[in-house]
Design a protein. Sequence first.
Length: 91
Amino acid sequence: MKNLIYIFIIWNIITSYEFGLDKLKSIHKKWRISEKTLILSAFLMGGIGSLAGMIVFHHKTKHIKFKILIPLAVVINIMIVTVGLYYKTRT
């Protein structure tokens, strides 16, 4: 269980970093990380990191797609963790 928590934390740091990296690349007119990848990373248990990355780096905050999907990913991530912890304590 402890390892899953560490993986969850590391993954959210990585997803936050993705937003920072994409912002940096957009400023310098370089190759970008696709929106699909950013959103998929959020739904694959990286919602909190993605939301933090959006806020900290002020990146993709005006895109309606991100305003809706990233918070939705956070809610779904929290639900998955809650259900997992619930069933873990029952066994």
